[in-house]
Every structure is written in C-alpha cells, then in structure tokens.
Design a protein around this ligand. Structure first.
Ligand code: SAH
Length: 247
C-alpha cells in the first residue's frame, strides 16, 4: 500500500491540493517531490492513486490517476456506545476501534461516567480517526458522535438490531446470544454499550433490559473500559466477517 493521505472534502476533480497536517507530513516528513506516487482518500469509500505535481511551502498539488472502490468495511453497521476513559486511553480506544472496523462511537453520559469529550476534544479524536484510517487502509471514516445520555442511546437502537450491554455478572455470555440465533441473516445493525469504570447503575441496566437490550458477561475479571469495548467489538467483527452461517 503506498502512503495514504486524507483529503478533507470529496475528491471530484483531477487535481487536488493538500494542505494542513496532511501536506505538512508529505512535505516535511516524506520530503515529497514531483513524480512521487501516493494514495488519497476522502472518507467516502473510494481511494485515489495520485502523483505529486508541485510542492509549495505549505501545500502540495497532486493529479488524480484513478478512482478505485476498495471496501474494507465490516459487513455490518457497528455502533459502539462507550463511556470514554480519560486522556491517552481515550485516543487509544478510538484508534483501535477504527482498526477493528467500528462504524461509529457514541460517547455515553451515564450516572457514573467521568466528563465526556467537549468540542475541542472531539476534534482531536476525529484527527486520531484520520491517522488510524491512513495506517489501516480504511476508506470510510469512523464517525464520532456528540455525547449521548444513556436513555437516548438505549432508545435510539432499533429493535431489530443486536443490542448488547456488557455487564459483569450477567447471566449470559456472547456464545449464548449467538447460539440462540435462528437460521437466516443476522441483523445488519449492531449496538454495543460499555459502561464507565464505576459501572452501569442498576436502574440504567433495568432501562436497557426494559427496552429489549440483552446484558452479556465477558468473564470473571473486571476489564478496563477500553478492553471490554475492543473485546466485544472485535468478536462481533470477526463473527460477521467469517461466519458462514448466520450468527
Ligand atoms: N465496577 C464496575 C466495573 C466497571 S468496568 C462494575 O462492577 O460494574 C467498565 C465497564 O466495562 C463495565 O460497565 C462493563 O460495561 C465493561 N466490563 C468490564 N468487565 C466486564 C466483564 N467481566 N463482563 C462484562 N462487562 C465488563
């Protein structure tokens, strides 16, 4: 895979001008010169082999060679609702979720969550999405939604989706959920919910159960928020990718 660069608007013309952090990387880190071949993507699902034409002080002009539809998405729409941890762990979780193919992250505001990211932090996390997509070859950007209150998130998940809340001590595990499934196509949409370090309050669990969510236990050890989120997302991703019959 040649070096990938993100263009922050739909690529429709044969010439593209890169600016901002992307051109900075190309000029100062890669020392790009005319003739160098790179791959561009605009988050819309395609990628574009391109050639550097002109290197300016802070901008790079490229000509687009072709448009190729290269789909590296999951065969399901995977929403990860998570009470985000703080600082570096938050960025790490976002980066790994991009690699695993998560469609969107919804920061959850629950009774016991620490403050969820404000606008400036969301901008930084969206930049982390771009970086991870460049590295892993994803041509669609994982979405990071504004923070959502628990009742809104629970209610937003459609009844036909898989709706799973990770909850220590739940009476079911993931294999119970999957083995109980009937033949046929699994639902396209999957909603996962991971609570904060303080856990999901009993009345919040009750609200989810009343709306038709299922709780799943992930084993006898208490996992950090990001471990639980990535474990669950990773298993779901693999089940959808490689399961020959329905889940
Ligand atoms: N003290 C809390 C633990 C919170 S861990 C409690 O007992 O509930 C943070 C979140 O990660 C939890 O809300 C849950 O969504 C998930 N999690 C961590 N370990 C888990 C496990 N063993 N099984 C299911 N979910 C788990």
């Amino acid at each position: 895979m040649s070096e990938r660069y993100f263009v922050d608007e739909p690529i429709t013309a044969e010439r593209v001008t890169l600016s901002g952090p992307e051109s900075h990387h190309l000029i100062h880190v890669m020392r790009a010169a005319p003739g160098v071949r790179v791959t561009l993507f605009d988050g819309g699902g395609d990628e574009f082999p391109a050639v550097v034409e002109r290197v300016g002080r802070s901008e790079v002009e490229l000509s687009v060679v072709s448009r190729e539809r290269i789909d590296r998405e999951l065969p399901c729409d995977l929403t990860l609702g998570v009470a985000l941890p703080k600082g570096d762990r938050q960025k790490w979780l976002v980066e790994k979720a991009v690699e695993l193919g998560v469609t969107r992250i919804v920061p959850l505001v629950t009774r016991r969550s620490v403050a969820q990211p404000v606008d400036q932090a969301l901008v930084r996390l969206r930049r982390a999405v771009v970086e991870a997509s460049k590295q892993c070859g994803r041509n669609r950007l994982m979405q990071i939604d504004p923070p959502s209150d628990w009742p809104d998130f629970v209610a937003a998940a459609p009844a036909e989706a898989y709706r799973l809340l990770a909850h220590p001590g739940a009476s079911e595990g993931l294999s119970d959920v999957f083995c109980g499934e009937k033949e046929g196509n699994p639902p396209f949409a999957v909603y996962l919910a991971i609570g904060p370090e303080g856990g999901v309050a009993e009345e919040e669990v009750a609200l989810a159960l009343a709306a038709g969510w299922r709780t799943v236990d992930l084993g006898p050890r208490i996992l950090r928020v990001e471990t639980a989120a990535l474990l669950l997302a990773g298993i779901i991703a693999q089940m959808y990718l490689y399961s020959s019959r329905s889940l």
